[in-house]
Unconditional design. Structure first.
Length: 160
């Protein structure tokens, strides 16, 4: 999986740097055109890229802080940085392997495995994984539902 991601990322970056027209074999794949167009948009608007990075960093810090408070309430002694790394790693693992919607099951497996490796009771680790997963998925799902309600489902299909 990591090699495929590396390969696709390399092709996209070469396409951005040199232009997709120089990579003739990619001209048949609409996906690469869309990705390269998106990356070029970000190059033209660096402020949006910085804002996106800042929002992502803020989100991860808030998620780490939430996880740290939750671990404290469950009696788990762990640092803020360690729990943030665990949550980020679990999220990346969930997105890297095939899983059910929202990473259900895979996310829990990753979190519980890391916690048990650290010597934490499996039942407490599982409780943490369930609550933390809900806290990380429900807000974005609620925002998505609000946006679909506001803009309408038809906008999703019109974009294609």
């Amino acid at each position: 999986g990591a090699f495929i991601l590396f390969g696709v990322s390399t092709i996209v970056f070469i396409g951005v740097a040199r232009g997709i027209h120089k990579l003739h074999f990619l001209s048949r794949f609409q996906y690469f055109h869309q990705v390269i167009d998106s990356v070029q948009l970000l190059r033209e608007r660096p402020r949006n890229l910085v804002l996106s990075f800042a929002a992502t960093l803020g989100h991860w810090i808030a998620l780490g802080l939430t996880g740290w408070i939750l671990t404290f309430s469950l009696g788990i002694d762990i640092s803020l940085i360690a729990i943030t790394v665990i949550l980020v790693a679990a999220t990346f693992f969930t997105s890297a392997v095939p899983s059910a919607p929202a990473g259900t099951g895979t996310y829990h497996f990753a979190v519980v495995t890391m916690f048990v490796t650290m010597g934490i009771d499996p039942s407490i680790a599982f409780s943490f994984a369930i609550v933390m997963h809900l806290m990380s998925v429900l807000p974005s799902s609620a925002i998505a539902l609000i946006m679909v309600w506001k803009w309408g489902v038809h906008t999703i299909f019109e974009a294609k």
